[in-house]
Structures are given as structure tokens and as C-alpha cells.
Design a protein around this ligand. Structure first.
Ligand code: SDX
Length: 428
């Protein structure tokens, strides 16, 4: 919806720029005509003030600490929904009917197996390879096995690829873990739920019976819901940019996984737990808080701060409550949980964090729960990538189906050396 335009006046320019209004959230100034009209670019390296696209999928209010998938608050989805339903919601925009949910769940369940030859792909990696390195490689390689769903112009193939990715990402994730510990891969079990099947592929062995714990199954499903989507974060923007060139969806998701790996993004859950282990005890917290505040020290409090949230990350709140429940139900007394809660308390009372509006984010408590559930730290970001695949592929689908979409190609402010003539080596 158009509103009164913004006027840009200066240096011989008197330009009216359209202002577009969303259904909620900040208006945007449409600058698509700016360069043609002024010969100037905008400059926003971290995209702190830039909307890269129009989307109907996820909305965040950073000041209020609100997150909604297709309009539904994350707290309600966390309480009353499940991950399969959330995947459907993100992909198609509405909660499914009973019949729609059953068909979607059955379709996903029946695509969980990987092409058998992919098992051999893993043997090319060192046993101590970081699981995220394997995830990037194997997911990118899916394009080599599923040629029949790489034509992005065919809606049916787009849907098949989307289902394949949501269905197979848990299988691949569990295989990265089994490979790293030298245990045999466990095939998917179609009798189990999405989360239950993943736990079975992660923790069962052929030599013993394994029963999925309802507590862990529910916690796992909840963690998947909380991590499913989050507007145009770095990895989602990577998926969109890769997809804008027409790259196949497997390559785009592999690009998203690569970006998520960074400690400033999805790698923060692994980095946060490592930080809590380094802190070790409550009495050492002040030392680390001081380091986080020291401009000369690159150390940052992992799991704190967010580009958008200048209030509590609502996912962190749900995660903290879940941590309490899971640790109690598992009878786990993890001293790091005490360190985390004390660190949160100290940081939230410290002027530096208060003035910069740095609050715990989704990664702050997730590591505590995942560790209690038996996941090694190196698998934490893999789980984030597993859950975010539904968000990434939904955003990719929205972009591909947008008739106005074009290849993303930012410009730059060039501050290098202007044109000069080549100097032969004997004259340098
Ligand atoms: C995720 O974008 C998403 O939606 C991401 C995500 C998703 O679901 O996709 O929510 C998932 O990535 C969560 C964030 C996980 N990362 C971390 O926990 C790593 C620690 N956090 C920081 O690296 C940082 O807060 C970021 C990267 C998350 C946000 O960085 P910004 O928005 O670029 O903010 P900034 O670096 O400009 O920081 C603003 C100020 C700076 O101080 P000044 O230069 O203004 O003096 O706050 C300081 C920073 O030094 N600061 C921190 C801090 N985070 C920011 N100081 C200490 N510890 C921190 N954690």
C-alpha cells in the first residue's frame, strides 16, 4: 500500500520516493529509481536499514520481543503446535486441516531415506570433520542425486525438492553424527514422528532396543519449531541471494548451511556452550563480562545480542523454561545451567548490556538443553540447520514464486585506486 512519498532534495535533486506500507512493521522507502534519478547509491553494508524483499512468512518486532510465523505468535505455536504443522504453515501460509496435516506428514515421512550411494559420500571425510562441514558437502551433493527436482521453473519439481529437503535433512544430520563416532548409520523408521525418528537415528544402535523418550521427543520438536524461521537473517538472505541466480534448491540450502555455521549466527549455540564451559563457575563470570565490555578484546558474550531484538528474544524465554523442565525430567543437574542463569542475571543488570539492549538470544539456552539431551556440542549448529531448512525453503519458494524477483546484485562504494597504467616489471 502506497503512502505519502518522501522527498529527497539536494545537489540539484528534488526527488519524490514512494513510501510503501506493510501489514505490520516499519514502512519502506522504495529507492529502486534512486540511481537512475540521482546517479547515487545508498550505502548500508550490514543492511541495518535495508529491506531486501517483501515477505509474508515471518514477522519480528525487535522492540517488543515478538516473533510470528504467518501471524501466529511463537509462544502459541510452541505450546500447541508441532514441527510438521509449522513446516506446512511456513510453506503454504495457513495451518493445515487434519487431512492436510496427515497427507503432508505422510509425504515427508516417505521421503526420509537417502539415495544409498550417498552413504559412500561420507567416507571421503575425515572422522574428525566438523559435522557442519559434512552437512554443507552432502546437502550440496543432493543435486547430484535428485536431478528430477532441480528445475526451479517447474512448480511440481520445486515442491518435490522442498519435501525432499525437509524429509532428508534429519537423516543427513544423524549420519554426520554416526560417522564421527564410527557407529553404523541408522535408517529412518517411518513408524516414528519427525522428532522421534531423528532421535532414533541419532542415538539408537543395531545391537540394542531403543525407545524414544516422550520428554526428549517433545523437547526436540519444540526446538525445531523455535528455530524454523526468522525473517531475512544472514543465512536466509544467503539462500535468497543464491536462489535469485536460479541455482537449484539443494545448492541454495547448502549455501544457507555454510552461512549459518558462523559463530555470529547459528554457530553461536556451539560457541555459547564452549564459553559457558570456559567460564566454568559462577565466580568467574565478572571476568568474562569485563572482557565482553572491553573494546580492545574481540571476545563477545555468545548467546547475547541481536540485530533485531532489542528486548528478550521470545525464543530464549521459551528455551529457558524448556531447559528447566528437561533438566528436571531427566534428573540432570548441570552446573553450566546455573552459570548461564547467573550470567543472564548479571548481564541484564549491567549498564553496558542494558544501554546497548543486549539480551539473551535463541542460542543462549539451547546448548544447555541439547547437552542434557545427549548431543555433543559440535552437533548444535547442525540441529539449527536441520530446523531452519523449513524456513529457508519456504523463503526460497516465496522468492521463486515472486513474479518481480530478479537476480540480487548489490553495488558498492569504491575507495580503491582509480585507473592507472600498467608498469613493466623492469620499471617498478
Ligand atoms: C542468531 O538475524 C537473525 O535473526 C539471527 C538468528 C536467527 O534465528 O536466524 O536470530 C540466530 O544468529 C542469533 C545471534 C547469535 N549470535 C550470538 O549470540 C553472537 C554474539 N552476538 C553478537 O555477535 C551480536 O550481538 C550479533 C552479531 C548477534 C548482532 O550484531 P549487530 O547487530 O551487528 O550489533 P553490533 O555488533 O553492532 O553490536 C552493537 C554493540 C557493539 O558495541 P558498540 O560498537 O556499539 O560500542 O553491542 C556490542 C557491540 O560491541 N555487542 C556485544 C555483543 N553483541 C553486541 N558486546 C558484547 N557481547 C555481545 N554478545
Amino acid at each position: 500500500m502506497a503512502k505519502d512519498p518522501m522527498r529527497l532534495v539536494g545537489e540539484g535533486v528534488d526527488l519524490e520516493l514512494p513510501v510503501l506500507e506493510g501489514s505490520v512493521g516499519p514502512d519502506v522507502i522504495d529507492i529502486r529509481k534512486l540511481y537512475a534519478a540521482t546517479g547515487k547509491f545508498t550505502f548500508d553494508p550490514g543492511f541495518t536499514s535495508t529491506a531486501s524483499c517483501e515477505s509474508k512468512i515471518t514477522y519480528i518486532d525487535g522492540d517488543k520481543g515478538e516473533l510470528q510465523y504467518r501471524g501466529y505468535p511463537i509462544e502459541q505455536l510452541a505450546k500447541d503446535s508441532d514441527y510438521m504443522e509449522v513446516c506446512y504453515l511456513l510453506l503454504f501460509g495457513e495451518l493445515p486441516s487434519k487431512a492436510e496435516k496427515k497427507k503432508f506428514t505422510d509425504d515427508i515421512t516417505n521421503h526420509t531415506m537417502l539415495h544409498e550411494q550417498l552413504h559412500r559420500f561420507f567416507s571421503g571425510f575425515r572422522r574428525d570433520a566438523h559435522p557442519m562441514a559434512i552437512m554443507v558437502g552432502v546437502v550440496g551433493a543432493l543435486a547430484a542425486f535428485y536431478h528430477d527436482s532441480t528445475d526451479i521453473n517447474d512448480p511440481h519439481q520445486r515442491m518435490v525438492a522442498s519435501y525432499r529437503l525437509i524429509a532428508k535433512i534429519p537423516t543427513i544430520a544423524a549420519m554426520t553424527f554416526k560417522y564421527s563416532i564410527g557407529q553404523p548409520f541408522v535408517y529412518p523408521d517411518n513408524k516414528l514422528s519427525y522428532a522421534g525418528n531423528f532421535l532414533n537415528m541419532m542415538f539408537s544402535v543395531p545391537t540394542e532396543d531403543y525407545t524414544v523418550s516422550p520428554t526428549l521427543e517433545r523437547a526436540m520438536d519444540l526446538i525445531f519449531i523455535l528455530h524454523a524461521d526468522h525473517e531475512q537473517n544472514a543465512s536466509t538472505s544467503t539462500v535468497r541471494l543464491a536462489g535469485s541466480s536460479g541455482a537449484n534448491p539443494f545448492a541454495c540450502i547448502a549455501a544457507g548451511i555454510a552461512c549459518l555455521w558462523g559463530p555470529a549466527h547459528g554457530g553461536a549455540n556451539e560457541a555459547c556452550l564452549n564459553m559457558l564451559e570456559e567460564i566454568g563457575t559462577v565466580d568467574r563470570i565478572p571476568e568474562f563480562v569485563a572482557r565482553a565490555k572491553d573494546k580492545a578484546d574481540p571476545f563477545r558474550l555468545m548467546g547475547f545480542g541481536h540485530r533485531v531484538y532489542k528486548n528478550f528474544d521470545p525464543r530464549a524465554t521459551v528455551m529457558r523454561d524448556t531447559a528447566h523442565k528437561v533438566l528436571a525430567e531427566l534428573g540432570v543437574d548441570d552446573p553450566l545451567f546455573d552459570v548461564a542463569m547467573e550470567l543472564e542475571k548479571i548481564a541484564l543488570e549491567d549498564e553496558y548490556f542494558v544501554s546497548k539492549k543486549l539480551y539473551p538470544n535463541v542460542d543462549f539456552y539451547s546448548g544447555i538443553i541439547l547437552r542434557a539431551m545427549g548431543f555433543p556440542t559440535s552437533m548444535f549448529t547442525v540441529l539449527f540447520a536441520l530446523a531452519r531448512t523449513s524456513g529457508w525453503i519456504s523463503q526460497w519458494k516465496e522468492m521463486i514464486e515472486d513474479p518481480t524477483q530478479k537476480i540480487g546484485r548489490p553495488r558498492q562504494l569504491f575507495t580503491g585506486t582509480p585507473q592507472r597504467d600498467y608498469v613493466p616489471i623492469d620499471k617498478r
